[in-house]
Design a binder for this molecule. Sequence first.
Ligand SMILES: Cc1ncc(CO)c(N)n1
Length: 229
Amino acid sequence: MTTIKTKKFTDRLFENAQPIWEKSHMHPFVQEIGKGTLSEDKFIYYMKQDYVYLVDYSKLFAVGVQKSLDLKMMQNFSKTLNDTIHFEMDLHRSFAAEFGISHEELEATEPTPTNLAYTRYMLNVAQNGSLVELVSCLLPCAWDYWEIGKLLRAQYGDQMASNKYAKWIETYDSEEFAAGAKWLIELMDQLTEGKPERELAQIEKHFQMTSKYEYLFWEMNYSKEEWPI
Ligand SMILES: Cc1ncc(CO)c(N)n1
């Protein structure tokens, strides 16, 4: 007897996003983190922008708590919120300390046009859309960072001892970070089960859009985008 494995909705999301994700994976900013050759000024710029990004990103999990369908889901959203503001942002705080940047300076960072557009897009969907639409915005951030963590470990794992950004790779390749990404993938499949194509297409639109913003974020860091006025 042969069993037919039905394709999950997240398999479709993953496959269709590959052209965008691959552009992120090949981006010089990502590759130079992997090699440890990225200039410190670019990395510091990124840590500061990412810190204020994560403040808003965390709020999406808080909206998830509010929109949860049951207590288990609430626990998962609040755990991921907690992991983001403590575990993940500790990475930024420890790199900042290494580079002589205070917590106050980190928090006072003015988001750039790209950063602001990205977080406003997600917050708008979170506040005006459904739970599954919110998850479609959260997912590429968590999933592709996990992919990048695994990829850089596979590509440059043998050079980690001399890489000053090793802690970054270790964070996104960690069990803790993977657990959050895996939970969001499962949640997406659970919430989309039996949904009509019209709704799936809307969800995929958010997934693709936030994937594109992920790419733009790498680009923004590499060019150290600033407000022109
Ligand atoms: C821009 C961006 N996307 C995703 C993550 C992973 O949480 C992050 N730290 N920053």
